[in-house]
Design a protein around this ligand. Structure first.
Ligand SMILES: [Zn+2]
Ligand SMILES: [Zn+2]
Length: 293
């Protein structure tokens, strides 16, 4: 059985832990927050950070990596030195990641997901390639998939409990839902899905035109409406295939300038109600913990 602890989510900093609740071990996804926040939110979650057995980086943007080096040094003092999975292109594009790669054991993530990206829109081929690229740590299987974002490389993850098949889907920082993402996010119990902005608030908001265009583009971030449409598509595809529907949906990377937590939550709840799915919707917050169990 798995739990998802969203330590922080939003444009100022992102970090999450997937915990294997049977063993207390876990894997880290991104660390764009400071060590103090990282440690205090792990503590609130009841998760011992010294039990992190692998760290995964979605992409090199600062809101996902800026705290990683300091946190890893802190973990090393606790005797915890997890392998880090990150794309080489991301390391080349980020001073913060280059420093991490100098000091710690780094493994290539792009090679694993490369096969997924080249499998095109054939869901069966994507699933086969994704399974072949799975990384095992902490009693879980982490399956990376390619996302669509303006980074050197970018990934989301499907995380499966190797013992009981429990599964979590994790997608942030993607302008569209890629075929690989759609395939990987089906049949999960907990779904963490980007619901970044409301298009009207973005258009009327304070950002410069080029930034607005970037966020709304296919290589930007998912809007509330895109997240809602994907949720509906996932529920109907899961039903048609006799697979699990999500029980808990966590709205992720919610913009504090171009969205409201309550609006993202309502939009996803409405899509679930329309699809006759009883899942709970939570929000990942910028400055406090959300745990989905
Ligand atoms: Zn981001
Ligand atoms: Zn990003």
């Amino acid at each position: 059985m798995l739990a998802l602890h969203v330590l922080a989510s939003g444009s100022s900093g992102n970090a999450a832990v997937v915990e294997n609740v049977v063993t207390g071990a876990g894997v880290l996804i991104d660390c764009g927050i400071c060590k103090r926040d990282f440690l205090s939110r792990c503590d609130q979650a009841g998760f011992n950070p010294a039990r992190i057995e692998a760290a995964f980086v979605t992409h090199e943007h600062g809101d996902h990596v800026k705290g990683l080096g300091v946190v890893l040094r802190g973990l090393a003092k606790l005797g915890c030195q997890p392998p880090i999975y990150v794309a080489r292109g991301c390391v080349a594009n980020s001073d913060a990641l280059a420093k991490v790669a100098e000091a710690f054991e780094v493994h290539e993530l792009a090679a694993a997901a490369g096969a997924v990206a080249t499998a095109g829109a054939d869901v069966g081929a994507i699933e086969a390639a994704a399974r072949a690229s799975a990384i095992e740590a902490a009693g879980v299987r982490v399956i990376p998939f390619a996302t669509s974002h303006d980074a050197a490389a970018s990934f989301g993850f499907r995380i499966e409990d190797a013992a009981d098949g429990d599964a979590i889907g994790y997608l942030t920082d993607s302008g569209v839902v890629t075929p690989a993402a759609h395939a990987a996010l089906a049949d999960v119990r907990i779904l963490a899905l980007e619901s970044n902005h409301d298009p009207k608030m973005l258009a009327a908001g304070p950002y410069p035109y080029v930034v607005k265009q970037r966020i709304a583009s296919d290589a930007g971030h998912l809007s509330n409406g895109q997240a809602a449409a994907e949720l509906a598509a996932l529920v109907s595809a899961s039903r048609a295939a006799g697979q699990r529907e999500p029980q808990t949906v966590v709205a992720m990377h919610i913009s504090q300038n171009n969205n409201e937590y309550s609006l993202a939550k309502r939009t996803l709840e409405a899509a679930l109600a329309e699809a006759n799915c009883a899942a709970d919707v939570l929000c990942g917050y910028q400055a406090r913990l959300t745990s989905a169990r």
